[in-house]
Design a binder for this molecule. Structure first.
Ligand code: SF4
Length: 301
């Protein structure tokens, strides 16, 4: 089962990594940390280890099993580009996104330097895919604006900004090459306030630059009471989605082979294949172990 999401701008979440560490002001009231820490020590729970960073290879193959196209928020409970996630593992996640290309993926990070570096080198096969949207978080000028520059200097075909929680007026900033902007205020206990004029300034810049604008929420201690209307209007704009047909197994394999540069073909490729072999949902099952070891090998019945 996919994890259906209540986040306004996505359908589902996919977490092949869990846990993270704080890096900037936007992390202060990290929702993921609060959620994960509630289960620390609960035996057998996915967050038994709280918010400690760990890879979840058993989740790697999930999108291949979801046969209905979805918008998928990748690593809602972590940061894919965290310094402790091995580059090979990030590549494995990217290969799954390329192979299961009937979905739209939203990859959001605060580690924009690593995103830029990898999209321009080992992840180029995924950077140029329009069904994968690469985004950075922007909470203030100090941390957020340099992240936008990193994103703009990357080879991403689709770039977005998650301006949340917006903590101050961002002033005038460059939106060149940006395909989407989400804006929202912080919510929950201790939420830091967001002023209307900060939001309006971003909306107006998006209008001028023709960047789709999504206003997620005002936030605050009682988020539902504050709502998500701006000047009496709900802003639910999205960039145009590329809709690929749902692929049969063999075609997924071709996609994966396209993504599998020999120089980064690793044990993780085998791990994905092994996980697919483990799938016994009745709809998707593995065939030849030999082929599976070489690449992703599965049959859709
Ligand atoms: S980067 Fe994201 S997931 Fe990681 S601590 Fe900060 S807010 Fe939480």
């Amino acid at each position: 089962m996919s994890a259906e999401s209540s986040i306004e701008w996505t359908d589902s979440t996919w977490n092949p990594v869990r846990g993270c560490t704080k890096i900037s002001d936007g992390c202060k009231h990290c929702y993921a940390e609060k959620f994960a820490e509630r289960f620390r020590g609960v035996k057998g729970h996915p967050y038994e280890q709280g918010f400690d960073l760990r890879l979840v290879p058993e989740k790697l193959a999930e999108p291949l099993r979801w046969r209905k196209p979805k918008m998928i928020f990748v690593n809602s409970m972590s940061d894919l580009f965290h310094e402790n996630v091995p580059e090979e593992y990030i590549a494995a996640v990217a290969k799954v996104m390329v192979a299961a290309n009937w979905h739209t993926y939203q990859v959001l990070t605060k580690r924009s330097e690593r995103l830029r570096e990898l999209l321009n080198t080992s992840l180029r096969f995924a950077a140029n895919q329009k069904h994968i949207w690469w985004g950075v978080s922007v909470e203030n000028r100090k941390y957020g604006l340099p992240r936008i520059e990193d994103l703009q200097s990357s080879r991403a075909a689709m770039r977005f900004l998650s301006v949340e929680p917006l903590l101050e007026d961002l002033g005038k900033f460059d939106l060149r090459g940006i395909n989407w902007a989400i804006v929202g205020g912080e919510s929950g206990p201790g939420a830091r306030p967001m002023k209307k004029e900060w939001v309006v300034a971003i909306r107006d810049q998006c209008r001028r630059a023709r960047v789709p604008f999504f206003f997620k929420q005002w936030g605050g201690v009682r988020k539902s009471a504050a709502g998500r209307e701006l000047d009496g209007k709900t802003y639910d704009e999205f960039p145009e989605r590329i809709l690929h047909p749902i692929l049969a197994a063999r075609e997924c394999i071709e996609n994966l082979e396209y993504a599998s540069d020999k120089s980064i073909k690793t044990a993780w490729d085998e791990e994905i294949a092994r996980r697919i072999e483990d799938i016994d949902s009745g709809r998707v099952k593995a065939v030849s172990r030999e082929i599976a070891r070489r690449t992703l090998s599965l049959v859709v019945e």
